[in-house]
Design a protein around this ligand. Structure first.
Ligand code: SAM
Ligand code: SF4
Length: 386
């Protein structure tokens, strides 16, 4: 077992306004942004985790949220420079900043780029004024268009647009119109998420009526057709990219790579190849407590041999190309034979296909990924028991 690539995720927990569908660890900003204090806490958090990854170089950085674009380019630059100085960052490494189109002032993207950001992920969600209002978004479609223009002008053509579909009252044609409006902005990458009603959100308390399954199927077919015609490749359940412009940071998650997680509620995953152990880490969720604890307790939980195959597969099957036997064995330290029986069953059910040395979901399996995961859990348990 060798140490996999190592990425860095930094979480920025505040938003101008909490969206009614969102269950991310994000909070409406009610007072002034504690920018310097939070930055100081992030750097301390990073330093406290360094001993677990000494000698390793970062392969990508993702500044996510919440809304990291509420933080100034100077602060973002300070974090990137610190991470680089402490661990090093591979040449041409991807450094992504998540941005809400409602928080971007003129000229801001050029400053983020100068600060070390190489890629931006913009939360567009929809281009339909009625949907944007229903989703509680703080921006208009025109503001998203302006943000995209700014990105091109700043030399950050490598950007992603997040879109949501299966929105209340949405037809297949309306979802396609959203997609075409997004493509007109010439993004490098597109993420398309099925609106899910998450427990604890405002939408869960008063769920909007979403389109029926046959309409959602129509949306997915239109998406694949429209995006393929536009030169995009689907490489993940929700991810489409122009050739060569897949998101390196997310690919590292899906190939079960390692990552440091810093910031309120941030998760990490770290492999100790010498002891053949894989652990998950988590910081406390609540920003005020995170700021007070300096840098506070890092919850550290080993992934047991029972759960490892499942956790690996949960990520690996999200990719159109799936995973190789070698990747499974290298990342988990376990033999692929442990999955053999359940993979055979899944193949017989038409949910998984075997290519030489490769396992991947079929189009049917892709549509019902949960069925694959449910199958993997119990079989793995019995294989380990025997
Ligand atoms: C952390 S947010 C992105 C950046 C920024 N906070 C924003 O919203 O503009 C990540 C993305 O997850 C998606 N998302 C969040 N909650 C969702 C839900 N309940 N169902 C589907 N997609 C969701 C949205 O597309 C959102 O842009
Ligand atoms: S979707 Fe984005 S802007 Fe809305 S609450 Fe969640 S993290 Fe904040």
């Amino acid at each position: 077992m060798i140490a996999p690539p190592l990425a860095l995720y930094a979480h920025f927990p505040w938003c101008v306004q909490k969206c009614p569908y969102c269950d991310f660890n994000s909070y409406t900003l009610r007072d002034e942004l504690p920018e310097q204090r939070y930055l100081d806490a992030l750097l301390r958090d990073f330093d406290a985790q360094l001993p677990a990854v000494s000698g390793r170089t970062l392969t990508s950085i993702f500044l996510g949220g919440g809304t990291p674009s509420l933080f100034s380019p100077a602060s973002i630059g300070r974090l990137i420079a610190h991470a680089k100085a402490q661990l090093g960052l591979a040449n041409d490494a991807e450094v992504t900043l998540e941005a809400n189109p409602g928080t971007i002032e003129r000229g801001r993207f050029a400053e983020y780029r100068a600060a070390g950001v190489t890629r931006v992920s913009l939360g567009a969600q929809s281009f339909d004024a009625r949907q944007l209002k229903l989703l509680g978004r703080i921006h208009s479609a025109d503001e998203t268009r302006r943000a995209a223009e700014e990105l091109h002008a700043a030399g950050l053509a490598n950007f992603n647009l997040d879109l949501m579909y299966a929105l209340p009252g949405q037809t297949g044609a309306a979802a396609e119109a959203d997609l075409r409006a997004a493509l007109a902005l010439e993004p490098a990458h597109l993420s398309q998420y099925h609106l899910t009603i998450e427990p604890g959100t405002l939408f869960a308390a008063a769920p909007p009526v979403q389109p029926a399954d046959d309409i959602v199927d129509d949306m997915l077919e239109r998406s694949l057709r429209t995006l393929t015609e536009a030169g995009f490749e689907q490489y993940e359940v929700s991810g489409y990219a122009r050739p060569g412009l897949r998101c390196a940071h997310n690919l590292n998650y899906w190939t079960f790579g390692d990552y440091l997680g810093i910031g309120a509620g941030a998760h990490g995953k770290i492999t100790d190849p010498d002891r053949r152990l894989v652990a998950r880490t988590q910081r406390m969720r609540e920003p005020r407590r995170y700021l007070a604890e300096d840098p506070g307790t890092l919850v550290h939980k080993q992934i047991g041999a029972r759960d490892l195959p499942f956790e690996f597969a949960m990520n690996g099957f999200r990719l159109v190309d799936g995973f190789t036997d070698d990747l499974f064995e290298g990342r988990t330290g376990l033999p692929i034979a442990i999955l053999e029986e359940s993979l055979r069953d899944l193949t017989a059910r038409g949910l998984v296909k075997r290519r030489p040395k490769y396992w991947a979901a079929t189009p049917q399996g892709f549509r019902f990924l949960n069925d694959i995961l449910v199958e993997l859990l119990p079989d793995t348990e019995s294989a380990l028991r025997s």
